[in-house]
Design a protein around this ligand. Structure first.
Ligand SMILES: *[C@@H]1O[C@H](CO)[C@@H](O)[C@H](O)[C@H]1NC(C)=O
Ligand SMILES: *[C@@H]1O[C@H](CO)[C@@H](O)[C@H](O)[C@H]1NC(C)=O
Length: 432
């Protein structure tokens, strides 16, 4: 386990702002005032701002065509004429990275246009301790054009080509760059060809199930600070689920402690005037969640503890005695929501997909569940995300069957998707 023991009172907002070099003048002061949207249906969720128009596009219908259960297919088809409506059940995972470069303005806008009621910014920090949206502190070499720019010289590990016996390597971190330098980069589809012998070939590593269609023109792939993501997502009428990513640098980093980092994330919502009820902060580190529960309880009660314990033997999601903490202990610690990989929530029983013992135990302890990540596995839906469904998740249509079990039997409160139109369509159809 991680050995962080944070003093609750240690992170006063002022000290944190000072450590981060933030000025007291909130960058959001100039955000446009929300105005009422007459097209908004009562009961639809989302932020206070006018909603961007929502559309499904063809993909949910394509998936529906392949649903094997006639009853489920009929039920979904009966919703074909429904009005597309934003819903918090549909969560844009890194935006809409099935086709748009993750954590860019374009990706977040695409997620909002597909009805994501909540859009995710993964949060890390630059050399000058400014919070930015990236999936990892050190993924600039796969998710931006840095290697093709002069800033490549600043990378922690410069590019080195593949040889017959070794893969190509590079590691470029947000913490290698100032925010001003970070801003000069362009987002690209995440991926690298590790067999490449040139930078150009290394960067052309987009998985075949994705596309460079929205990431190759000069005006695409706009990177964002966390504060900018707040203004953008709010202007789109959506809510927030920032994830505090683990630092790749030793902490404290230039005076920034882990607690100050966790506090800084919350402070940017406060500075923007966003109510805590619209923010679901996430972390794989239980200590981050504990920090928010203690220091920022209104945000902390909304927090999502991302369960990555499948990487920590002897944890086994099918054997409750191996869970430490147990579900009851998590609940007693104040954890209200677990974010779990969808395979941990499901199991096969004969010809049916059923909730796992893990999902059942969470419900019994009064803990809400959020599942990740749909539409991330290419076609057909095999691989890591479907590892507990080797027989029953085989076709594109099975994705909707999986979603149906997550909704109706596991009763998840939301689903992260790389293509939120699918989750939005389902949620709208089922009144979620
Ligand atoms: C690498 O492999 C290629 C083709 O298999 C071969 O022609 C070349 O001699 C090898 N180079 C080295 C350094 O082993
Ligand atoms: C988890 O436990 C189950 C049932 O005891 C077992 O079949 C499975 O192999 C275990 N998984 C791992 C990764 O150890």
């Amino acid at each position: 386990m991680r050995a962080l023991h944070w003093a609750v009172a240690a992170a006063s907002a002022v000290a944190v702002a000072a450590a981060l070099g933030l000025s007291a003048a909130a960058p959001s002061a100039g955000a446009p005032a929300p105005s009422p949207d007459p097209s908004r249906r009562p009961g639809s969720s989302g932020g206070p701002a006018p909603a961007t128009p929502v559309t499904y596009g063809p993909r949910p219908f394509f998936l529906m065509d392949g649903v094997r259960s006639r009853a489920l297919r009929s039920r979904l088809e009966a919703c074909a004429g429904q009005v597309a409506t934003r819903t918090d059940w549909s969560i844009g995972h890194r935006g809409a990275p099935l086709m748009f470069p993750e954590h860019t303005k374009e990706s977040y806008v695409a997620a909002a246009r597909m009805g994501a009621g909540i859009i995710e910014c993964d949060v890390t920090f630059t050399k000058d301790k400014q919070l930015v949206c990236r999936h990892a502190q050190c993924d600039l070499h796969t998710s931006t054009n840095i290697l093709a720019t002069a800033l490549a010289a600043k990378c922690t590990t410069p590019f080195s080509p593949a040889t017959n016996s070794t893969a190509a390597t590079a590691s470029c971190c947000a913490s290698d760059l100032t925010l001003a330098e970070f801003r000069t980069l362009t987002g690209k589809m995440d991926g690298a060809d590790e067999s490449a012998t040139t930078v150009e070939a290394y960067m052309a590593g987009t998985p075949a199930s994705r596309t460079d269609l929205y990431a190759s023109g000069g005006a695409t792939g706009t990177l964002l600070t966390h504060a900018e993501s707040i203004r953008l997502i709010r202007s789109l009428g959506a809510r927030f689920t920032p994830e505090l990513k683990p630092p790749a640098v030793a902490m404290p980093f230039r005076g920034l402690t882990q607690a100050a980092y966790a506090q800084a994330l919350i402070d940017e919502y406060k500075a923007a005037g966003v109510p805590p009820e619209e923010v679901r902060p996430q972390s794989f580190a239980l200590d981050d969640v504990r920090y928010w529960l203690s220091a920022e309880p209104r945000f902390g009660r909304q927090a999502i503890y991302l369960d990555g314990r499948y990487n920590e033997p002897p944890f086994n999601h099918t054997r409750p005695p191996s869970w430490a903490p147990s579900m009851d202990e998590l609940s007693a610690a104040g954890v209200r929501t677990l974010g779990s990989p969808l395979w941990m929530l499901l199991r096969e029983e004969g010809d049916a997909i059923r909730p796992s013992v893990y999902a059942t135990a969470a419900a019994a302890a009064g803990i809400d569940l959020i599942a990740w990540t749909l539409e991330r596995s290419g076609s057909p839906p095999a691989g890591w995300y479907f590892q507990t469904l080797p027989r029953l998740a085989q076709t594109d249509g099975d994705v909707l069957t999986v979603l149906d079990v997550l909704a109706q039997q596991v009763r998840v409160r939301g689903v992260f998707s790389d293509w939120p139109a699918t989750t939005t369509y389902y949620a709208n159809c089922m009144g979620l």
